[in-house]
Design a protein around this ligand. Structure first.
Ligand SMILES: Cc1cc2nc3c(=O)[nH]c(=O)nc-3n(C[C@H](O)[C@H](O)[C@H](O)COP(=O)(O)OP(=O)(O)OC[C@H]3O[C@@H](n4cnc5c(N)ncnc54)[C@H](O)[C@@H]3O)c2cc1C
Length: 380
């Protein structure tokens, strides 16, 4: 009997509800673990690929750093009772609570946790553009850069663009960072000064206040008519989400993220919860949560609490979340910890240098550790 048959064949047995978690990224994998701890439901995690990807390390992979650990889901979930299914979900029918799988099979659920994450949006920057949003994308960039120092243009001055540009420059690739905003515009003045100083030290050419229009084999065209010569262009702007929820008729925002209430239930289909990048979640005061591990991990733990309440017939408590800090690696030996107010606006308080790099590394290690230990607190 295949694993799929084992799952579908057991559906409904023993009167236990079947909770399916869709997507094994930081949010989905943790949700599955937390569900196993907090509920007596039968839990199945479905992911397209049998290994957990440390997505927050993909810029390190691209720059040729050591390959990060990618544990098998069956190892992460050993002893939890969660069933793992390596398959791709192609369709979702919320009326029959049925998922259509790539191999032609199907999987029924009583409650669904939708955690399909995000990927680079190929429509944002036309032309030959690399990305580091998936393991495959990061590996392709690493292979392209493997021959030796290569001129790179990184588009996007957000945290991912900044981390990637500094990592590539430190690895010896002449790097230009193009950003429509001012570099560090969303940091405190001290934070902004630090990231600019590190870019200067590593030789990153910063072109801020300029928008990239298109890439080609010789580099980038900018909106002021100028050119950035580059052998390789990497885009870090514009993350898109899978269109499964939209196709299924769930209420979604204009980008396709699932609209959820404060307990992370779909506003149109309350037997579907959504977490992580694919969820349009907000704080209790209505402020949208940004796409980040920092928000996806607490959402995963909340999803398990919500499911536990739903199964117990009680009203779930809302997600309680406040921002505390933003952490940026700037190469392997420098970094920035930007402390923020509860609403994510920057405070005039930063930690920089090797200490900040060590704090960032500890947070990344913890984001993997919590995937085995779902009771570790993940929010301030
Ligand atoms: C280079 C980089 C650095 C980053 N650094 C940070 C950082 O320092 N701090 C921070 O907070 N955030 C950071 N982020 C953002 C963070 O990685 C994401 O917010 C986080 O991964 C979102 O988690 P998720 O579980 O929602 O989605 P994902 O991690 O994207 O996981 C989604 C999963 O769903 C699976 N999937 C997709 N479609 C299907 C399907 N149809 N069927 C089955 N499975 C499917 C995918 O294979 C994947 O495993 C970074 C992102 C990148 C790219």
């Amino acid at each position: 009997m295949s694993m799929l048959q084992a799952v579908t064949g057991a559906h409904g047995t023993g009167g236990r509800s079947h909770v399916v978690v869709l997507g094994g990224g930081y949010a989905g994998q943790l949700a599955a673990q937390a569900l196993a701890v907090r509920t007596d439901a039968r839990v199945t995690l479905v992911n397209d690929g049998d290994r957990f990807v440390q997505r927050v390390r993909l810029h390190e992979t691209a720059a040729g750093g050591s390959e990060p650990a990618a544990p098998r889901f069956t190892d992460l979930l050993a002893g939890t009772g969660v069933t793992f299914l390596d398959d791709r979900v192609e369709d979702l029918d919320p009326a029959t609570r049925r998922l259509g799988l790539r191999d032609g099979g199907s999987l029924d659920y009583d409650l669904l946790v939708y955690a399909l994450g995000s990927h680079a949006d190929p429509t944002v920057l036309p032309g030959p553009v690399h990305d580091v949003s998936t393991a495959g994308g990061a590996a392709a960039l690493r292979d392209r850069l493997a021959a030796g120092p290569t001129t790179v243009a990184v588009v996007g001055g957000g945290l991912t663009g900044l981390e990637l540009a500094t990592e590539l420059a430190e690895a010896g690739h002449p790097t230009t960072l193009v950003t429509a905003e001012g570099l560090g515009a969303d940091l405190s003045p001290r934070g902004g000064r630090h990231v600019r100083a590190v870019c200067d030290r590593l030789g990153v050419t910063v072109l801020d206040g300029r928008r990239a229009l298109a890439a080609d084999d010789a580099g980038l065209s900018l909106d002021d008519g100028s050119r950035v010569p580059a052998d390789v262009v990497v885009g870090t702007v514009g993350f898109a989400v899978p269109d499964l929820a939209r196709r299924a008729g769930l209420a979604v925002d204009p980008s396709g993220r699932v609209l959820v209430d404060t307990a992370l239930r779909s506003t149109s289909h309350p037997d579907v919860l959504a977490v992580g990048d694919a969820a349009a979640a907000t704080r209790p005061d209505g402020q949208p949560l940004r796409m980040a591990c920092a928000t996806g991990l607490p959402q995963a733990q909340q999803a398990a609490r919500t499911v536990a309440s739903v199964l117990a017939g009680t009203e779930p408590a809302p997600l309680r979340f406040r921002y505390a800090l933003r952490c940026v690696s700037l190469g392997r030996r420098d970094g920035l910890v930007q402390f923020v107010h509860a609403d994510d606006s920057p405070r005039d308080l930063v930690v920089t240098g090797r200490v900040a790099a060590a704090v960032k590394e500890a947070i990344v290690v913890n984001a993997l550790r919590v995937q085995r230990h779902p009771r570790i607190p993940t929010s301030a």
